[in-house]
Design a protein around this ligand. Structure first.
Ligand code: GDP
Length: 426
C-alpha cells in the first residue's frame, strides 16, 4: 500500500515531521521529485536535522530510503548528508538510488547563478542549486542518467557534445569560463564511484515490495502552489509537486497510491518571489516569523527569512484539491497560541469580485485578501494528546478551516517532535 505525504501550499508545511512520524510504520520511503534546493527539518531522538535530499525515513533501522528517478540528484550533497547524519549518531541508513535518476552537474549550479546574475532584479528567486538548469536539460534530453555513468564510451562522446552546447552560452551570453570535456569526464567518474554502492532498478524493487504487501511512503518536496503546471507559474519549481507525480517519479502505477496526506500549516509562509495574497508585514510578520516553526521561520537550506501570512483558505482548498487529498495533517498549530484574535483569509477580492476559487497567476497578482477574525485560545497547546482536550476556540479554528477547505483534518500537529500529534477519527 502506498501513501503520499505532500504539501498544500508553498512548501515548509512540516512534511518532514509528518513523514518521519509515519515512517515508523513504513518499509520504504521514497523521494520522487525536486532536489537539494529545499529542506525538511526533523526533530527526533537523535537531534535536529535539516534533510535536503535524503527521505525523512532515514532515522529508522527498518526502512529503506529511496531516491526516485524524478529527483534532481546532487551526488556530493547526498554523500555529505549521509555522512553528517551518521556523524550525529544515526545508524547508517539503507539507501537505494534509481538507475534512472539524473544528476545535477556542477555546471547546472553555475548556470543557475549566472542566470540569476543576468536577470538581476527580475530573477525568479532561485536557490541557485542548479534545479532549473537541471530539469531544462533533462527535458531537452541532454541530462546525465545514473545508468550512463557505467558506459564509458557513451560518456566520452556525450561530454564533447555537452561542452559544445554549453560553451556557446558561457562565452556569448554569460561571458564566463568555458567547460572542458576532460573536466566533465573527471566529475562524472567521481560521481560514478560515489553512487555505485546504491544504484538500483527502483521501479522493479517497488513492484516487488508492493507485491509482498510492504508499506511505501512517497515524500513530496514543496507544495501545490510551486507545481509548474498548477502553481503560481512562473514562480514555481521545476518538477511537479503533486502526489500524482509520485507515481512517475518513483516508477509505480498511479492506482497504487491509496492515501494522500496533504500537509497544511496553520498559518502561511513562503520563500522566493510571487503573489502571496494573505501576506503580512512589519511587526506582525516579524512576531509570527520569530515564533513560527521550531525556532523561527527561516529556510532549512538557505537560512532566508520566510515571507509570512495568515492561513489562506482559498489557496489551501485548491492545494488540497490538486493533491487528491484523503486526509489533511494540520501543522504548527501551537505557534498561534499567542494571538487574541486570529485573522484568516477566507476569500479573494479580484477587481471587486469575491471568489473562493484560486485563480491563474495574472489574476492572483490582483487579488486582495478577504479576512475574517476568529477568537484565539491564548494558551500553550503543546503536550495535548486528545482532540477533546484542546481549548474550545482551538477546536473551532480547526473546524472552521476544515469546513472552508472541504477536506477532513485527520491529524493535528502541536509541536515539532514525533509524539506531538493528535489523531482525529474522521
Ligand atoms: P517541510 O519542508 O514541509 O518538511 O517543512 P520545514 O521542515 O521546512 O518546516 C517545518 C518547520 O516546522 C520545522 O522547523 C519543523 O520542525 C517545525 N514543525 C513541524 N510541525 C510542527 C508543529 O506542529 N509545531 C511546531 N512548533 N513546529 C513544527
Amino acid at each position: 500500500m502506498v501513501k503520499a505525504v505532500v504539501g498544500a501550499n508553498w512548501g515548509d508545511e512540516g512534511k518532514g515531521k509528518i513523514t518521519d512520524m509515519l515512517a515508523k510504520q513504513a518499509d520504504v520511503v521514497v523521494r520522487f521529485q525536486g532536489g537539494a534546493n529545499a529542506g525538511h527539518t526533523i526533530v527526533n531522538d537523535y537531534g535536529k536535522f535539516a534533510l535536503h535530499t535524503l527521505p525523512s525515513g532515514v532515522f529508522y533501522g527498518h526502512t529503506t530510503s529511496i531516491i526516485g528517478n524524478g529527483v534532481a540528484l546532487n551526488i556530493p550533497v547526498l554523500m555529505n548528508e549521509i555522512q553528517s547524519i551518521v556523524d550525529q549518531g544515526v545508524p547508517m541508513p539503507k539507501i537505494l538510488i534509481s538507475d534512472r535518476a539524473q544528476m545535477v552537474m556542477s555546471y547546472h549550479i553555475l548556470f543557475d547563478q549566472y542566470e540569476e546574475e543576468r536577470l538581476g532584479g527580475k530573477s525568479f528567486g532561485s536557490t541557485k542549486s542548479g534545479i532549473a538548469p537541471f530539469y531544462s536539460d533533462k527535458y531537452a534530453k541532454i541530462g546525465f542518467q545514473v545508468s550512463e555513468l557505467f558506459d564509458e564510451e557513451l560518456l566520452k562522446e556525450k561530454v564533447v557534445r555537452i561542452c559544445e552546447q554549453k560553451n556557446v552560452l558561457l562565452e556569448h551570453l554569460y561571458h564566463k569560463p568555458l567547460l572542458t570535456p576532460e573536466g566533465l569526464l573527471e566529475e562524472l567518474h567521481e560521481y560514478r564511484d560515489m553512487v555505485k554502492p546504491y544504484v538500483c532498478n527502483v521501479s522493479l524493487y517497488l513492484h516487488n515490495a508492493l507485491k509482498e504487501g510492504k508499506e511505501v511512503l512517497l515524500e513530496g518536496q514543496l507544495g501545490t502552489l510551486k507545481d509548474p503546471d498548477h502553481g503560481i507559474y512562473p514562480m514555481v519549481t521545476s518538477s511537479s509537486t503533486l502526489a500524482a507525480f509520485g507515481a512517475i517519479g518513483a516508477g509505480i502505477p498511479p492506482y497504487e497510491i491509496k492515501e494522500v496526506i496533504t500537509v497544511c500549516k496553520a498559518y502561511s509562509s513562503a520563500v522566493g518571489a510571487g503573489a502571496f495574497v494573505s501576506e503580512i508585514f512589519g511587526d506582525e510578520a516579524d512576531e509570527l516569523r520569530r515564533r513560527g516553526g521550531d525556532g523561527g521561520e527561516f529556510g532549512a537550506t538557505t537560512g532566508r527569512p520566510r515571507r509570512m501570512g495568515w492561513f489562506d483558505c482559498v489557496a489551501s482548498k485548491y492545494g488540497c484539491r490538486l493533491q487528491g487529498t484523503t486526509g489533511v495533517a494540520f501543522t504548527v498549530l501551537d505557534v498561534l497560541g499567542y494571538l487574541k484574535e486570529i485573522p484568516v483569509c477566507v476569500a479573494y477580492d479580484i477587481d471587486g469580485e469575491i471568489t473562493t476559487e484560486f485563480p491563474t497567476t495574472h489574476l492572483l497578482e490582483k487579488a486582495k485578501p478577504v479576512i475574517e477574525k476568529l477568537p484565539g485560545w491564548n494558551c500553550d497547546i503543546r503536550g495535548i494528546k486528545n482532540y477533546e482536550d484542546l481549548p474550545e476556540n482551538c477546536r473551532k479554528y480547526i473546524e472552521f478551516v476544515e469546513e472552508k477547505i472541504g477536506y477532513p483534518i485527520t491529524m493535528v500537529s502541536n509541536g515539532p517532535g514525533r509524539e506531538d500529534i493528535i489523531y482525529r477519527n474522521k
